[in-house]
Structures are given as structure tokens and as C-alpha cells.
Design a protein around this ligand. Structure first.
Ligand code: ATP
Length: 541
């Protein structure tokens, strides 16, 4: 049973915890941010007194794997209070979640062959470092975030083990194991059903079974009844796995899969598998049937929705990676309840024009305090030109600034390519950064509107970002500083992964929505960095 997310503290070590990315038997993995450097990581956290502590073990394995392609970087690890944590690269979807999102549909051959080629390479690398994974499964094979969204990463080294003695480099001995370590679905017959010691051949056999599973309607037969609940059902599962013949498991599949499974099972305990040969066999298969570039993970199309399949993604599976990565970022944003109506929906206009609320309005008898800047952070004022507090702002420079912003807005509206837009966004960020008052005025919002319109579709009517009529922001609807920082970071990650203007348009809209919600209309440096990111990304997409 996993530990509820609410039981974890908000900060562990130097990391502020965001939402949970996943949970296992011993702990949970969180989206997290370094409180000093702002670096975003995945933080794997376990209570130190848990019955099956694996973080301590993973801490000894990660250093052996650093620098390998598809091996996450371990940025930090330690024990803080009663929590053991590992800070590793933040990655994207696991194959398990991709498979589930497709409704467990048979995965397209191109995707499976691409997984085969990369998985064989990952295992070759791990084995070259003297390490066995021992828990190959869909949930432990994860796609990177853009620009690594076609690279598979291995995670979860909680069961990993050195098979070569660190000093003598001698191979471990084969014997009958007292306990089974691995997973029910893909652990090899020798390890799972015969209780033998795991070696390189067994990691490869698990990979072979996983590939066959993805190509089998309904998956491998022994996976269909769920995790065994008692010894009797576990024994039945083992028998079924042991008795399944490669030719039956692979009926109807290209011969490479059956050959690969047989090859793994034919290897001696200490044999060094011919990884290169099997990568070539799968690449040849890809050529034979015209699968294209299988050295990069080929994203499968999503499950058709009630509205019908997404033709665009089915025709462009490579591009789907970007959309999928983006979808994750946007799902994250949605989870963070960015509750200002999204731009582009005309029905939002009346709601956006609600009467102004006094910033110090009482609620339940308590006087709402206005949110101040987050401690230790430089803040950039974002004020409204019709906000009464603006009257007190120094007039000097405001006109010049307004004129510059108006000029930039006109230029954005007339821009005909992304390079031009990139330059204008950079200039816009420069004007905001340089201005003493650092105030995002009506003219600033007008620039964002024009940019959004250009990126989305210049011919479509879009609700102006700053459509409210002098609506003041109360503390109640303003995001908390940490929440705002998280949102901005997600937006920045989104910008890095965006591959088209439509996506950038959505992010600019979300950015505007966030700015619009900030009490006191203050923005941290992250806001400027977001704009600079948009400018850089515009030159790439
Ligand atoms: N670096 C990462 N980036 C993004 N998500 C991650 C990362 N590491 C783990 N996750 C998510 O968290 C889930 C659990 O991670 P992991 O398998 O490392 O934990 P675990 O506690 O060992 O799990 P289990 O008990 O199931 O083996 C993964 O399936 C994945 O969805």
C-alpha cells in the first residue's frame, strides 16, 4: 500500500515538493524544485523506517550508471529528518502510462521495434557497468522530456544488482534463490519459475517478454487476471509462464521476436549477449517492413476518442511525442487549478467583465491581507494602468515605455515569421526588465494579446487577455507564491517542449492568465525568463 501524498512534508532537503508523479510500495516520486537554484527534478522519497527501503540501495547503483544514454542523472540524495530522498532527472511518461492511455491496444510495430532497439542498448550499457536491472517492466521504462522525448530511460534500480565483483570482476554464481526478486509479468522463466539467480540473459528475456506483451492483443495471457493474490494463484501464473512456448507466444509476429526470446533462453548463465546483433536484427525488420527511423522512440497514436481518432497524430506519430509531452505539461497545469478562463472562448467574456472587488474586502469577518512578494525573490511589479495604485507610480519613463510597447504591439501584429516574433518578444522582455517600475501595463497586455493572436490564428477572434474592467485581484483568488512559481516553471518547461505556434499560443495565454491572477500584479524573474524562453523557442519551431 502506498503512503498518501499528504503525509509527505512540503520541503525535503533543498527541494520543495510539487505533485506526485507516481507511487510504489515503499514511497512516492514527486515533481520537485530546488529551493535555491530553481532546478526541477523528480524526487523519490521514502520514509527511512519503511519495511522495504530501496533508496539507500539505489544510491549505490546510480553512480555506476552516470553518463550513460538513457540513464537518469542523480543530482542529489540524502536523508532529511525521517525521509530518504533521491533527486533525479525529471522524465516524461512511462511505457506503462502510454500503453494504458492507448486503452492497452496492441502497440504499433514501429513503436515496439524502437523500444527493442533502445532497450537492448540500455541493458548493454548497464551490463557493461557490471549491473543487472532485474525489474524490467513497462513502468520502469520512461520516455524523456523534450528534447529527449524519443529517448527511453531506465528508472527504478531498487532491485538492481552487481553481477561482477567490484574488485575481481568475477561473475556471480548461479544457485537456487531463496526469494524471488523481479516482477510477475516479465521476469524470466529461469528466475521466476525455477528460482535461479538472475544474470544478463534474464534482463534480456524480460525485455523480450515485454515486447511480445505489447504486440499481443490483451497482453501476455498470465497478465490478464491481475496480480496474484495468494500462493495458489501465483503458482498457477508461474506454471502458465513456464509452459508457454515461444512459438505460441509469438504466433503471427515477425520472426525476430520469437528468435530473440529463444536466443535469450539459450544463453548460458555467464554468457555475454550479442547486443549489437539483436539491435541489427530489429533494425533490419524495420527496413524490411518500412518502419522508418526506429532508433528513436516512435510514439504510438492515442486512443481514439468519442469524437473519432486524431488523424493528425495518427499520421504523424513522431510529432505526437511533442503533443504528448505538451499534453502532460498542460495536464500538470490543469491540476494546479489555473482557474482564469482560458482565452479564445467567447463565453468567457461576461465572466471576465465582473464588477471590481475591493482588494481589502472582508470575508467572514477577517480582513484579507494582500500578498507580498515571496521572500528572497526579486519581484517585478505588474500593475494595471487603471489600477488606482498606479497613480502613485513615478510618471517618468512611463510614457516612453508605453510608446515602446505600443510600437512593439504594432510590429507583432504585422510580423510575418517566427524570427521576427522572436526578436519582438525579446525586445518586449527587455523593456520590462529595464523599466524602473517594472510594471506590466495595459500596453503590456496588449502586446501579449497581439502575440497570442499571431501564434494561435490571426484570423480568429480572441478574448483580450486583459478583458476585465478594472477588476482588482483579491488574495483569495491569487495563486500562492509557491503555486505561482510552480506554474511558471511548468510554463517554462512547456515552452522548452513546444514544437508549434499553437502550443506557444496556449502557453502565452496561460502566462497571461497567471499574470492576471497575481495579487498585487507582481511577477518574479521567472516571468521574464518565460518570455525569453518564448523568444528562443520561436526561432526553433
Ligand atoms: N525521474 C522520473 N521522472 C518522472 N516520473 C518518474 C520518475 N521516476 C519515477 N517516476 C514515476 O513514478 C513511478 C514510480 O517510480 P519508481 O518505479 O522509481 O518508484 P518505486 O517506489 O520503486 O515503484 P515500484 O514500487 O512500483 O517499483 C514511475 O512509474 C513513474 O511513473
Amino acid at each position: 500500500m502506498s503512503i498518501p501524498s499528504s503525509n509527505f512534508p512540503p520541503i525535503i532537503g533543498n527541494y520543495a515538493l510539487g505533485h506526485a508523479l507516481g507511487s510504489g510500495v515503499s514511497g512516492s516520486t514527486f515533481y520537485a524544485q530546488h529551493i535555491h537554484t530553481g532546478q526541477i527534478v523528480a524526487l523519490k522519497v521514502q520514509p527511512v523506517d519503511i519495511s522495504y527501503p530501496t533508496n539507500g540501495h539505489e544510491r549505490t547503483i546510480y553512480p555506476l550508471l552516470q553518463g550513460g544514454r538513457g540513464m537518469p542523472t542523480l543530482w542529489a540524495s540524502g536523508v532529511w529528518d525521517k525521509w530518504d530522498y533521491l533527486a533525479i532527472d525529471l522524465l516524461g511518461s512511462s511505457l506503462d502510462s502510454i500503453y494504458r492511455r492507448s486503452g492497452k491496444a496492441v502497440m504499433p510495430l514501429g513503436s515496439v521495434v524502437a523500444i527493442a532497439v533502445q532497450l537492448i542498448s540500455r541493458l548493454e550499457f548497464m551490463h557493461s557497468r557490471g549491473v543487472l536491472h532485474r525489474d524490467i517492466q513497462l513502468g520502469n521504462t520512461v520516455v524523456g522530456l523534450s528534447p529527449h522525448d524519443t529517448t527511453l530511460f531506465m528508472i527504478d534500480f531498487g532491485f538492481s544488482k552487481r553481477y561482477l565483483d567490484a574488485r575481481t570482476r568475477r561473475h556471480i554464481k548461479n544457485h537456487n534463490e531463496e526469494y524471488f526478486i523481479g516482477n510477475y509479468w516479465f521476469s524470466s522463466v529461469n528466475v521466476h519459475c525455477r528460482g535461479k539467480t538472475c544474470s544478463r540473459r534474464d534482463d534480456l528475456e524480460a525485455a523480450a517478454l515485454m515486447l511480445i506483451h505489447l504486440l499481443t492483443p490483451g497482453g501476455l495471457s498470465w497478465t490478464r487476471n491481475g496480480v496474484p493474490k495468494d500462493d495458489a494463484s501465483h503458482e498457477r501464473l508461474k506454471r502458465e509462464k513456464r509452459d508457454a512456448r515461444p512459438e505460441d507466444l509469438c504466433r503471427g509476429l515477425p520472426e525476430q521476436f520469437e528468435d530473440f526470446l529463444r536466443y535469450c533462453r539459450s544463453l548460458a548463465f555467464t554468457a555475454n549477449p550479442d547486443y549489437a546483433e539483436w539491435r541489427e536484427r530489429f533494425r533490419d525488420l524495420a527496413k524490411e517492413v518500412g518502419l522508418g527511423d526506429v532508433d528513436r522512440f516512435v510514439w504510438p497514436p492515442p486512443r481514439p476518442t468519442a469524437a473519432g481518432p486524431s488523424k493528425h497524430r495518427q499520421q504523424q506519430p513522431q510529432n505526437a511525442a511533442n503533443t504528448d509531452g505538451m499534453a502532460n505539461v498542460l495536464q500538470d497545469l490543469a491540476r494546479m487549478t489555473l482557474d482564469r478562463p482560458v482565452l479564445g472562448d467567447k463565453k468567457n467574456i461576461p465572466a471576465a467583465a465582473t464588477p471590481p472587488v475591493q482588494p481589502h474586502a472582508r470575508e467572514g469577518g477577517a480582513l484579507l491581507k494582500k500578498a507580498g512578494p515571496p521572500a528572497g525573490r526579486e519581484v517585478i511589479e505588474i500593475s494595471d494602468s487603471d489600477d488606482s495604485r498606479r497613480e502613485n507610480a513615478p510618471a517618468v519613463g512611463r510614457h516612453t515605455k508605453a510608446m515602446r510597447l505600443n510600437r512593439l504591439t504594432r510590429a507583432v501584429a504585422q510580423a510575418t515569421d517566427n524570427d521576427a516574433l522572436a526578436g519582438l518578444v525579446k525586445e518586449f522582455a527587455g523593456v520590462l526588465a529595464a523599466n524602473g517600475a517594472r510594471t506590466l501595463t495595459r500596453e503590456g497586455f496588449a502586446f501579449l494579446d497581439a502575440l497570442h493572436k499571431q501564434l494561435a490564428d490571426p484570423s480568429v477572434f480572441i478574448v483580450p487577455l486583459r478583458s476585465r474592467s478594472a477588476r482588482a485581484v483579491t488574495q483569495e483568488d491569487a495563486p500562492r507564491p509557491q503555486e505561482r512559481r510552480n506554474k511558471l516553471h511548468l510554463l517554462r518547461v512547456g515552452v522548452c517542449t513546444a514544437r508549434d505556434n499553437g502550443t506557444l499560443a496556449r502557453l502565452v495565454a496561460e502566462f497571461g492568465a497567471l499574470v492576471d491572477k497575481v495579487a498585487g500584479r507582481k511577477l518574479t524573474k521567472d516571468g521574464l525568463m518565460f518570455l525569453e524562453g518564448v523568444s528562443e523557442r520561436l526561432r526553433v519551431v
